[in-house]
Design a protein around this ligand. Structure first.
Ligand SMILES: [Zn+2]
Length: 444
């Protein structure tokens, strides 16, 4: 009997060249880039790769049904975010002009907490813009058109673009499964091949964690967008909040006072090369509170987490996460006692010293990727014990000993995005011979 296909694929993309993921609204000569790969871009790049392999879909092409299943069916292509990036939700308020450590530490998530003034300096707190913080940021290149007869820059033909640098690793999810998507391949991401865009894609089966806990009776369900969402009212007019009859469930009510911000989104239809109409979206990081009977909220939480919300979900719009507590910035983990050694190396040595066999090591690499994906989804929250417990209960982890479980727990819970990223890199680069020998520190 063949096992059932996984419900999702975890996607890793490594940029071999810089990625200019053009934002359609160009201001003057400057083309901005999204600091991530939109799901629509991933979907378009995969469709282009499929067409290169099989020819254009349509009458006379026997593989057309596969194309439809992949790109016009129920498979959802999520946004890919740079490793180590995080987004502060729009319901978070902080001190605008911090004058002390106490100011810096002031964080009020109004979806769960009250307060609109800084307790340290008394100034009014400022709402987050929901921007994505990317370690290292974007690179910006300015070019001019050179007049070949004079060798000088032509007047008015200065142009510039920004891009994610080569070497950036991005991750995300494809919701749904098809064997064609499980193959590694080279893709071109972004519309301007003149500035690069080559990237290597790999996928691994992904089993999302169990449904989030429903809110306590009497408490609202708090929903955060992890990608922009397209909402419309029954007449088709855009709006910035879920529409109760279209997006929610009978019995569930949206509380007034959502934290949201509009963002316009234009794109190109990959097949026809024609511009798509501009959609008005609610920006990622928008936060909504929904009330209703506990059983209805629990069902809604499960559905929204699995399916997303709003229109254009196949292109990665409307991904959500359910928040169970106020957002907090990730703090660097406490420094382990390492006799002055590199703490990251010490953490890696601990994992090597567990003497995991090959199947268990494969589980570990998959679990580290799954934890990274979940950190992206939840805006960079430190690794949560519940999530790790879910991964430890996977069938592929069944042969781990009690000691191995305890030590994995101690090593991984609380890791921040940057540490988890670096640790994953070290684990993936560990030669099999080294883990059978155990770490250099242990043999000293
Ligand atoms: Zn302050």
């Amino acid at each position: 009997m063949t096992p059932p296909p996984p419900p999702a694929l975890a996607v890793t993309v490594v940029a071999r060249q810089r990625l200019a993921l053009g934002v359609a609204s160009e201001v003057g000569y400057y083309t901005a880039s999204h600091p991530y790969v939109p799901g629509s871009v991933l979907r378009g790049a995969l469709a282009a790769a499929w067409i290169t392999e099989h020819g254009p879909p349509g009458h006379g092409n026997p593989a057309t049904d596969e194309f439809r299943t992949l790109f016009d069916g129920h498979i959802r292509y999520g946004h890919l975010l740079p490793d180590g990036s995080h987004r502060t939700p729009l319901s978070v308020y902080r001190c605008k002009y911090p004058t002390s450590d106490a100011c810096h530490d002031t964080v009020v998530d109004q979806a769960f907490e009250t307060g609109d003034h800084c307790p340290a300096c008394g100034m009014r707190l400022e709402q987050s813009r929901g921007d994505l913080d990317v370690p290292g940021g974007l690179t910006r290149i300015t070019r001019t058109s050179i007049d070949p007869t004079t060798g000088r820059a032509k007047d008015g033909e200065l142009y510039a673009n920004s891009a994610l640098p080569a070497g950036t690793t991005l991750s995300g999810l494809i919701h749904g499964y098809h064997p064609w998507l499980a193959q590694p391949r080279t893709l071109w991401l972004g519309g301007r091949r003149t500035v690069g865009g080559q990237a290597e894609l790999t996928t691994t089966p992904h089993h999302p964690p169990a449904a989030p806990p429903a809110p306590e009776p009497g408490q609202p369900l708090v929903v955060r967008l992890t990608s922009p969402a397209v909402f419309v009212d029954p007449a088709g007019r855009p709006r910035l909040e879920p529409e109760p009859t279209l997006d929610l469930t009978p019995g569930a009510t949206l509380l007034p006072g959502a934290w949201t911000r509009p963002v316009t989104w234009a794109g190109w239809h990959a097949a026809s090369r024609l511009p798509k109409p501009t959609d008005l979206c609610a920006e990622a990081g928008s936060t909504y509170r929904i009330t209703g009977p506990p059983d209805i909220l629990a069902t809604l939480a499960e559905r929204l987490g699995r399916d997303g919300i709003g229109l254009r979900r196949a292109e990665g719009f409307g991904s959500v996460t359910i928040a169970t507590g106020p957002w907090r910035p990730a703090h660097p983990p406490p420094q382990p006692e390492t006799d002055g050694a590199d703490p990251l190396q010490a953490l890696h040595n601990k994992l090597v010293d567990l003497r995991l066999d090959d199947p268990a090591w494969r589980w570990l690499t998959g679990a580290l990727r799954a934890l990274q994906i979940e950190q992206h989804r939840t805006g960079g929250a430190p690794v949560h014990a519940d999530l790790l417990n879910g991964l430890l209960s996977q069938p592929t982890a069944a042969d781990l000993s009690g000691r191995q479980r305890t030590q994995l727990h101690a090593a991984l819970v609380g890791l921040t995005p940057a540490t988890l990223r670096d640790l994953t890199t070290l684990v993936l680069a560990t030669p099999a011979a080294d883990r059978r020998r155990s770490s250099p520190q242990a043999t000293r």
